[in-house]
Write a protein that binds this ligand. Structure first.
Ligand code: DGL
Length: 284
């Protein structure tokens, strides 16, 4: 049984790479929904339906657990699918299957608290936020306010500002030139600084595509702003998940399949550069 990794495009490769380092002997199947990327400007129902179709394809390809390596799908579709579709998929496939997201592990990394932690609130007591987290993400993720809501539930002393970067995932997906990406990233870092009144203390790259250009974000942000990297946070969480759910921690032979709903073939030079070798996707 394989670990499935899903994204609208190449962004999820950042998570895939870390997961394969952590679980080298496991089989992996990656699915990029490039026929429908980017997801960030799409409506909620569309994102749910596309994510469901992608997960079904991954279950058919032998995945038993799927990591949605996409913040947009995790923010908009995950809960709905877990509640309304995964139980039915489990019965239909006649084996344990599950879909996990990447926002929970990211929030655990950002707050330093387990997801199940419940903050005690004293009525009337005013807590001044003392640190600021900036979240660079797609328009759909920003609109969901998932980072603001879930971090505030756990840490009153952390203020969260999301900066939607419409178009950036698409540019990365298409392998846009370095200079163009630098200008776009700098503009968003600047826009966020103006809204907060200063740079954030920590920055979450809340779209997996942005991790491919993490060096551009690091150069645009001041050195004091720590960047929270999702891939490591997700791999840590999956390790803990397999400890709790040995039924999914089955062996493998280190197989790696890369599927796309879009045009099969080699990915952009930027992806090869990030990957360390040319990478080609097969038709899903
Ligand atoms: N990589 C995805 C994310 O983490 C989606 C980007 C997009 O398709 O707009 O949000």
């Amino acid at each position: 049984m394989a670990i499935g990794v899903f994204d609208s495009g190449v962004g999820g490769l950042t998570v895939h790479r870390e997961l394969t380092r952590r679980f080298p002997e496991r089989d992996f199947v990656y699915l990029a929904d490039q026929a429908n990327a980017p997801y960030g400007g799409r409506g909620g129902e569309e994102i749910v339906e596309l994510t469901r179709a992608g997960c079904e394809r991954l279950f058919e390809a032998g995945a038993n657990v799927i990591v949605l390596a996409c913040n947009t799908a995790s923010a908009i579709a995950l809960r709905r699918l877990q509640q309304t579709w995964v139980p039915e998929a489990r019965a239909r496939h006649g084996r344990p299957v599950n879909v996990l997201g990447i926002i929970v592990p990211t929030i655990e990394a950002a707050t330093g608290l387990p997801w199940t932690y419940e903050a005690e609130r004293n009525e009337g007591e005013k807590v001044e936020a003392i640190a600021v987290n900036g979240v660079f993400c797609t328009a759909a993720t920003a609109m969901s306010r998932v980072y603001e809501i879930e971090i505030d539930k756990r840490r009153e002393d952390l203020a969260v500002f999301s900066e939607p970067c419409p178009g950036l995932a698409g540019l990365i997906e298409l392998g846009a030139p370095q200079e163009e990406l630098e200008v776009v990233v700098r503009d968003h870092v600047d826009a966020l600084r103006r809204r907060i009144g200063r740079h954030p203390d920590k920055a979450i790259l809340g779209c997996t595509h942005y991790e491919i250009v993490a060096d551009i974000f690091a150069a645009a942000l001041p050195p004091e702003t720590a960047i929270i990297h999702q891939p490591a946070a997700v791999a840590d969480a999956l390790e803990r998940y397999f400890e709790r759910h040995p039924e999914y921690a089955l062996g493998g032979s280190g197989r790696r399949d890369f599927l796309t709903t879009g045009a099969p073939g080699p990915q952009s030079d930027r992806v090869s550069q990030f990957w360390g070798a040319p990478l080609s996707f097969q038709s899903a």
